[in-house]
Design a protein around this ligand. Structure first.
Ligand SMILES: NC(=O)N[C@@H](CC(=O)O)C(=O)O
Ligand SMILES: [Zn+2]
Length: 428
């Protein structure tokens, strides 16, 4: 079936231009001005005044199924992504059981295929059950359809395990995607170690727990040649390590989360678990270094680290609540409002970091608004202010520090392979 999106504002060579998009068979058939086409009645979408973006691509989400479906499911998590304008998401393997064998990967992919509202790719673990030192059957997992390898939620503690894992992944031409955290340096902390943690009397996590492991892994990546991708970089020192590694020609890429760009430990004025995540919010200096890292190309992409938890869990003190906040449904609007409207980033840069580059880094057929590409699109209203409201979330998680924020950039419609996935007709 054909559909025509008329008069949307699209990025062409970095600037907004009024364009039409003709969709046929789930793909963009034509992209241009004043397209005339024979489309069935009711299949013309008036996008006047809306920003029509390539669907966003999120390299880091937690969907909790199987194992913790009180927090999220593949259905609710992928709908939350669609609500945020994402059309492709990469699901982390910290589910129970973890996709650490080919059979479990096949089961996981079948579930994603059945319930995913958007395109999904799936990380396999690096080690069995994301712990210890027993490497998974990487070749078997690749053959079963794994996207890349990650123990996200935890760092790989032993250099030898990481080294052997990287060697195997490199031979398979697969990426190793690392949550970098040296457990011997976290001291049971719940927030960034610094003046604020001292003032609040909360145990701190030194940022060197991240930097030390990234430095180790950069050396291992250089020795193995693997594509090493660092998750949710949070500190100035880590940005500097990655900058130097890139300059030395190491095959390293990295992501930053919206919350690490938007917030710092100074936002934490009281014991508030909505501001507890891993890695923790850094200092204001760290935050500035992350912004500078994006702008100079050290940081490649923005990924949400969408990490839903139950209301009851996150109502607890920072000492007890689990680490993690949601992100899929707030990322674009928060970043657009705080960084593009203020002139710090251009809209083209933001879309490059949220859609184009995530696809480029991992060879996904996504992130492009060009003829022949999948018709994966997000339509955003950049002019009508709205308030972020937990009642609008399609995620089961309400653990967002951005609830109540006044923003621009509401998702009006999300289209995957030519079909509407948001707004949605049946949610259950
Ligand atoms: N980021 C978090 O604080 N939590 C994530 C795990 C992770 O990405 O490290 C989760 O799964 O809850
Ligand atoms: Zn992580």
């Amino acid at each position: 079936m054909k559909r025509l999106i008329k008069n949307g504002q699209c990025l062409v060579d970095g600037h907004l231009q009024v364009q039409d998009i003709l969709i046929a068979d789930g793909k963009i058939e034509k992209f241009g001005q004043h397209l005339a086409a024979n489309v069935p009645v009711g299949q013309i979408i008036d996008a006047q005044g809306l920003f029509v973006s390539p669907g966003l691509v999120d390299l880091h989400v937690h969907l909790r199924e199987p194992g913790q479906t009180d927090k999220e499911t593949v259905k609710t998590g992928s709908l939350a992504a669609a609500h945020g304008g994402y059309t492709t998401i990469a699901a982390m393997p910290n589910v129970i059981p973890a996709p650490d064998t080919p059979k479990r990967m096949q089961d996981m992919l079948a579930l994603n295929q059945r319930d995913g509202a958007v395109h999904m790719v799936q990380y396999a673990t690096i080690t069995t059950d994301r712990g210890g030192d027993e490497l998974v059957d990487m070749a078997g997992l690749k053959a079963a359809g794994a996207f890349a390898f990650s123990n996200d939620g935890n760092g790989v503690q032993t250099a030898c395990t990481m080294y052997q894992g990287m060697k195997q992944a490199a031979a398979l031409n697969m990426a190793v995607v690392a949550h970098a955290e040296d457990d011997s340096l976290t001291y049971g902390g719940v927030m960034h170690e610094g003046g604020v943690s001292k003032r609040l009397g909360l145990p701190g996590i030194p940022s060197v727990s991240e930097t030390a492991q990234v430095a180790r892994d950069v050396a291992l990546a250089a020795a193995t040649g693997v594509h090493y991708h660092v998750c949710h970089v949070s500190s100035a020192a880590t940005v500097q390590v990655i900058r130097a590694a890139k300059a030395a020609g190491v095959n390293v890429t990295c992501e930053v989360s919206p919350h690490h760009l938007l917030l710092s430990d100074e936002t934490i004025t009281s014991d508030n678990a909505m501001l507890k995540m891993n890695p923790p919010l850094g200092s204001e200096r760290d935050r500035q270094a992350l912004i500078a890292g994006l702008l100079d190309g050290t940081i490649d992409v923005i990924a949400t680290d969408h990490a839903p938890h139950t209301d009851a869990e996150k109502a607890q003190s920072m000492l007890k609540a689990p680490f993690g906040i949601t992100g899929s449904e707030t990322a674009f609007a928060m970043l657009y409002t705080r960084f593009v409207k203020t002139g710090l980033f251009s809209l083209a840069q933001l879309i490059n970091w949220m859609a184009v580059q995530p696809a480029v880094l991992f060879g996904l057929n996504a992130g492009q608004l060009t003829e022949g590409a999948p018709a994966d699109l997000a339509l955003f209203d950049l002019t009508t202010p709205f308030t972020i409201n937990a009642n609008d979330f399609l995620s089961k998680g309400h653990n967002s520090p951005f609830i109540g924020e006044q923003v621009l950039g509401k998702t009006v419609r999300t289209i995957v392979s030519g079909q509407d996935v948001y707004p949605l007709r049946d949610i259950n």
